[in-house]
Design a protein around this ligand. Structure first.
Ligand SMILES: CC(C)[C@H](C(=O)O)[C@@H](O)C(=O)O
Ligand code: SF4
Length: 418
């Protein structure tokens, strides 16, 4: 029976030999994540079902990242509630305010393995598909059921496979690839489908670039965003886990498989314009847009490679004084690596502000909120109205390279046209 990667994972986890798209299955969960914002809601739901003990403390991971360190009394209370829960339940995989953004911390610390189901009460849990896992976001009440039973029901998704071919031009990155894909298919183009990224371009990408593709699967409605696990995945996991895992591949004749060919050889740097992630244009077409803030970071583009790319552009240059530029490494490990590589000196000398690893202004609730009429250029994944603060503000999305170029000029700038 031919199946896709998602079907194979859901079959294995539900104890079936085969499953088909559209079928509802009850599956065992391998990893369950809540963070500082969604964890307390899960605990409220757990209380209602009178569960005192979680099914398996070792399969639960709790990173604090959205409001860290606590900036309000409410945030401090949420942190206290979760710290108490972690202690009571004996949860070892707890990462307090210093560690970083959940979708970076989980793979970095070896909590994500190919062929497994990773659920998180956060919509960008699809990021973990980059390691060949079925990673998906779930609601906090569903998470309470997972905490209590270790299981959850899923409707087996169809698969939309993006077969990406061609060499990317200089200064064109995986962020430009995914923005372009979303621009083509629209923000509901993969609704409830498992996005799968294949083809030579993806096979040649490192884990950092793959995570960018998987991270944004939800922005076109994808249930998950899978990259088939391969040697690059093994290499990434080598010093992160000693556990065995299974690398599934999609059978070409799987019934629920739809393939879309994407040639990226001529792709230019892309920008998603307000207020929709599928309002995508070449950066060169929006160069007249002046900006007030640049944010380089988030679970999409806050990794070491992203910081390296931004630093390459900023080195020896000064940021436009009218542009507040926030650099936020996605984790403490990345922060340290960036320090060791001298990237932080480059950022500080250029005039950027470096913040502690966290979600930052990405969802407009913590540091770097934008005001009425202000324009943000951000390497994150969402630009809905009000996403980074004022509903009268505007958010553009781009790669770290475009973001850094634009920080210098003060307006959106396509790299080659500097
Ligand atoms: C706060 C959380 C529930 C939310 C999500 O689910 O994605 C946030 O991380 C986001 O990016 O909007
Ligand atoms: S960085 Fe942004 S998208 Fe990612 S988890 Fe945090 S708020 Fe959500």
């Amino acid at each position: 029976m031919s199946m896709t990667i998602s079907e194979k994972i859901l079959a294995k986890s539900s104890g079936n030999e085969k499953v088909e798209a559209g079928e509802i299955v009850m599956a065992d969960i391998d990893t369950a994540m809540v963070h500082d914002l969604t964890g307390p809601l899960t605990l409220q739901a757990l209380e209602k079902i009178n569960t005192n003990k979680v099914w398996d403390p070792d399969k639960i991971v709790i990173p604090f990242d959205h409001q860290v360190p606590a900036d309000t009394l409410d945030a401090a209370k949420n942190h206290q509630i979760l710290r108490k829960f972690v202690k009571e339940q004996g949860i070892k995989n707890f990462y307090d305010v210093y560690e970083g953004v959940c979708h970076q911390v989980l793979p970095e610390k070896g909590h994500v393995l190919p062929g497994t189901i990773v659920v998180g009460s956060d919509s960008h849990t699809c990021t973990h598909g980059a390691l060949g896992a079925f990673g998906t976001g779930i609601g906090s009440t569903d998470m309470a059921m997972v905490f209590a039973t270790g299981q959850l029901w899923f409707k087996v998704p169809e698969t939309l496979q993006f077969n990406v071919t061609g060499d990317l031009k200089e200064n064109v990155t995986s962020k430009d690839v995914i923005l372009n894909i979303i621009g083509q298919i629209g923000q509901d183009g993969a609704r409830y489908k498992a996005c799968e990224y294949t083809g030579e371009t993806v096979q040649n990408m490192d884990m950092s670039d793959r995570m960018v593709l998987s991270n944004m699967a939800i922005e076109c409605g994808g249930k998950t965003g899978i990259v088939p696990a391969d040697k690059i995945t093994d290499e990434y996991l080598k010093n992160r886990t000693t556990k065995q895992y299974t690398k599934f591949t999609t059978d070409k004749d799987a019934a629920s498989l739809e393939v879309m060919d994407i040639d990226v050889s001529d792709l230019e740097p892309q920008v998603a314009c307000p207020n929709y992630v599928d309002n995508v244009k070449p950066a060169s077409e929006v160069e007249d847009v002046e900006i007030d803030q640049v944010f380089i970071g988030s679970c999409t583009n806050g990794r070491l490679k992203d910081l390296e790319q931004a630093a390459r552009v900023l080195k020896g240059n000064k940021i436009n004084p009218g542009v507040r530029t926030l650099v936020i490494p996605a984790s403490r490990t990345i922060y340290k690596q960036a320090l060791d590589e001298g990237l932080m000196d480059i950022f500080v000398d250029a005039g950027a502000l470096i913040c502690n690893p966290c979600c930052g202004p990405c969802l407009g609730g913590h540091v770097g909120v934008i005001g009425d009429g202000e324009v943000s250029l951000s390497t994150s994944n969402r630009n809905f109205k009000g996403r980074q603060g004022s509903p009268e503000g505007k958010v553009y999305l781009s790669s770290p390279i475009v973001a850094a170029e634009s920080a210098i000029t003060g307006h959106i700038t396509a790299p080659e046209k500097k």
